[in-house]
Write a protein that binds this ligand. Structure first.
Ligand SMILES: *Cc1c(COP(=O)(O)O)cnc(C)c1O
Length: 371
């Protein structure tokens, strides 16, 4: 019996052709022409003026925080239910992450909890769209306006998704994307910052490239990083982006089919098919074990592994991270929803290359382990 991995990308478009172009022309570094092409096409796709390609989605967040000059003495509000990259970028900059809990149905940050966390030190809200549904942006935009806060939008899981018809990645001062192989567009490793602000775009370009100076190259006024994306990665990106619409249709097919196959199994909470402001794009297909189920996600994942099904646990909440607790962060913080879904939630194979037949096998196995 073949193991069904949690993710498998689809690379059967122009990927090979464009990669060969890189080899044939010798353009393999970040200086190659695909980088600029990918930046322009990707930015246009999300309705942005500027795109800055970087080496992954995590460092895109580091660059976003640095570009907005967030540092010592500043607070940034973010969901506790997110990937480590978000809080790490804030902490590494010397700023303080302030978390809010998530909504039990969408798994996105509970926007009604944000205002109570705003203090005179709050500089920004880091919005993270989780698993397939966008965050309810309107209340956040209103708060940012009211209190003069910046928005950093982590749209790493949202290529091709919209909020009330407006592309995810078009909100906030800077938005970031990842092109890890489980994202809707992959470059193997890769990321992108997008913005409409010329000055911020320049800062991001400089931070990505060690803050070399145009005139005196090796004289540095500021510390940057080497976060450059290679032409090889961008070649993949251009080929993948050509198929984004098709990929979105495919993901929605996977989500719809799983929902049909799994909705009668007792004890399982499935992803919401839609909200008032978006149809789920199913970046991953998450399952949460209801309270009446006598085992947790860890046990469910073990059982599925015995059925040759790959899974991943849900995010572990930021306020429960040992690394942050050792730093004295989040003392006494309680976010019961995120704490519960971290223990009760996991996701099943939902990559672009997943076949209907594989979905049937996954659904059969889920049904077995829930008995
Ligand atoms: C994948 C992901 C990232 C990190 O991207 P990498 O390219 O893996 O560094 C950041 N934020 C979110 C929400 C993600 O899903």
């Amino acid at each position: 019996m073949n193991f069904i991995p949690v993710n498998e990308p689809l690379l059967d478009g122009n990927e090979k052709k464009y990669l060969n172009e890189c080899i044939d022309t010798g353009w393999i570094s970040s200086e190659g022409p695909f980088v600029k092409q990918f930046e322009e096409q990707f930015a246009a796709r999300v309705g942005r003026k500027h795109g800055i390609a970087v080496s992954n989605g995590s460092v895109a967040l580091d660059a976003a925080v640095a570009a907005l000059k967030i540092g010592q003495g500043d607070e940034v509000i973010l969901p506790t239910f997110t990937i480590m990259s978000c809080a790490a970028a804030i902490v590494r900059a010397g700023a303080v992450p302030v978390v809010v809990d998530c909504d039990p149905h969408t798994w996105n940050m509970d926007v009604s909890q944000i205002e109570a966390k705003i203090t005179p030190k709050t500089k920004a809200i880091m919005v993270v769209h989780i698993y397939g549904l966008p965050v309810d942006m309107d209340p956040i935009l209103a708060l940012a306006d009211k209190y003069g806060l910046q928005i950093i939008e982590d749209a790493a899981e949202m290529h091709g998704q919209t909020y009330k018809g407006r592309p995810c990645g078009s909100f906030g001062a800077i938005s970031t994307f990842s092109f890890y192989p489980n994202k809707h567009v992959t470059t193997g490793e890769g990321g992108m910052l997008v913005t409409d602000d010329e000055h911020l775009a320049e800062r991001c370009r400089s931070l990505r490239n060690l803050c070399f100076q145009p005139q005196k190259r090796f004289v540095h006024e500021e510390l940057g990083w080497n976060f450059r994306m290679t032409n090889l990665q961008a070649a993949l990106g251009v080929a993948q982006l050509e198929r984004l619409d098709e990929f979105v249709v495919r993901k929605r097919h996977i989500g719809k089919r799983y929902t049909e196959l799994l909705s009668d199994i007792p004890g399982l909470q499935l992803p919401l098919p839609q909200t008032d402001y978006a149809d789920n794009i199913y970046w991953v297909y998450g399952l949460v074990l209801k309270d009446e189920v006598p085992f947790d996600a860890e046990e469910a994942m073990l059982r599925l592994k015995k059925h040759q099904i790959g899974t991943r646990p849900f995010f572990w909440a930021m306020h429960e991270q040992p690394v942050f607790q050792k730093m004295g962060l989040f003392a006494g913080e309680s976010c019961p929803v995120a704490e519960r879904i971290a223990r009760r939630g996991f996701y099943i194979p939902s990559g672009m290359a997943l076949t209907d037949e594989q979905m049937d096998k996954v659904a059969f196995a889920v049904r077995e382990v829930m008995k």
